[in-house]
Design a protein around this ligand. Structure first.
Ligand code: SAM
Ligand code: SF4
Length: 320
């Protein structure tokens, strides 16, 4: 359905858990994040996703925390794929468990995987993720390629942390023919301890090494893509601050605790789990979902220091 600003809202990001097997320094504190609210039961999760999808959702992304920690994620993929109108089920993962899971994900019918990878240097990877083993991620990428699952790599580049990894990441993605997107760090929670490298600075580094960047039309949510003169892959950018994309935003989020969030950057949302627990009828819940979609905020206010409804939770709690 359309919201009141005539945006087609057809993409749902579902956070399956806020737990993670890594502790990326810009996403979580070392000790992890304690989730006080209980997460949705599998039955309630499926029921809510079915209700939300009936408004016209075409694509569902499973995320987290680390979604591959969810027991029997394959059951969810099969159930969500069977929902009328759903064209694609995709996944965002840190890749640690990917090699072990790839066969069952493929059999369940996963349509694509976005892999988060901020560097290729073993020691730096261990440092940024506080203990992660990059070899496992690289095995996961290899396994996904062997199964012909469409892959993208997402990288967050931070000043003084991994700028030296920009070219190695591009070389790796280009050699493996995997499109690469740079995600601009958003200043939420512990991420405020770091400084993003802005899109224009990334483009300058890329064009100096690989030649001109030519914009290409790919209608895919917030990312915009470029063909680069001396690369076989396309490079994408998702830059919430420096290239605000709210006018084209098509997304909704469901957190693992059952909150439906119409905008990542507002600290508000409707507690659908509570509605289920209070035995509110499906018709009424659907009306509330439609009302939430209709009133999706026009844009974020990340740049406005005085805005009081700003979301400041870690991306792992909201579902990045
Ligand atoms: N654990 C999975 C992973 O890392 O791919 C899925 C969840 S994670 C929260 C999803 C994405 O959010 C990752 O690509 C991560 O780099 C990104 N992320 C986390 N915090 C962020 C922030 N403050 N700004 C921008 N991206 C962020
Ligand atoms: Fe875990 Fe993903 Fe957050 Fe890293 S970015 S701590 S992998 S949820």
């Amino acid at each position: 359905m359309q919201d009141c600003f005539k945006r087609d809202i057809d993409y749902l990001r579902v956070s399956l858990t806020s737990n993670c097997n890594l502790r990326c320094q810009y996403c979580m504190p070392e000790q992890g994040i304690k989730q006080n609210e209980k997460i949705l039961s599998q039955k309630d999760l499926i029921h809510l996703v079915e209700l939300i999808s009936s408004t016209g959702i075409k694509k569902i992304r499973l995320t987290g925390g680390e979604p591959l920690l969810y027991p029997n994620i394959e059951v969810l993929i099969r159930r969500f794929k069977a929902i009328k109108g759903i064209e694609k089920i995709v996944l965002t993962t840190n890749g640690i468990l990917l090699a072990d899971k790839i066969r069952s994900l493929k059999e369940a019918g996963i349509n694509g995987i976005n892999l988060s990878l901020d560097c290729l240097d073993k020691n730096l990877f261990r440092k940024i993720t506080r203990g992660g083993n990059i070899d496992k991620v690289l095995s996961g990428i290899k396994a996904a390629k062997e199964k012909d699952i469409p892959l993208k790599i997402n990288s967050v580049i931070m000043q003084g942390v991994n700028t030296q990894e920009i070219i190695p990441l591009i070389e790796f993605a280009n050699d493996n023919k995997i499109d690469l997107r740079f995600i601009e760090l958003m200043p939420m929670n512990v991420a405020k301890n770091f400084k993003a490298v802005k899109e224009d600075d990334l483009k300058a580094i890329i064009s100096k090494k690989y030649g001109a960047l030519k914009p290409i039309d790919v209608f895919e949510g917030p990312a915009h893509y470029y063909q680069v003169e001396n690369l076989v892959i396309n490079i994408g950018f998702i830059s919430a601050l420096s290239h605000k994309f709210c006018a084209n935003c098509n997304r909704l989020r469901l957190t693992s605790t059952g909150i439906l969030k119409p905008c990542l950057h507002y600290n508000s949302g409707v507690n659908l789990k509570k509605l289920l627990n209070d035995n509110i009828s499906d018709e009424e819940i659907l009306m509330i979902i439609k009302d939430t979609i209709y009133h999706k905020p026009k844009n974020h206010h990340l740049e406005d220091k005085t805005f009081c409804q700003k979301e400041d939770k870690s991306m792992s709690l909201i579902g990045g």
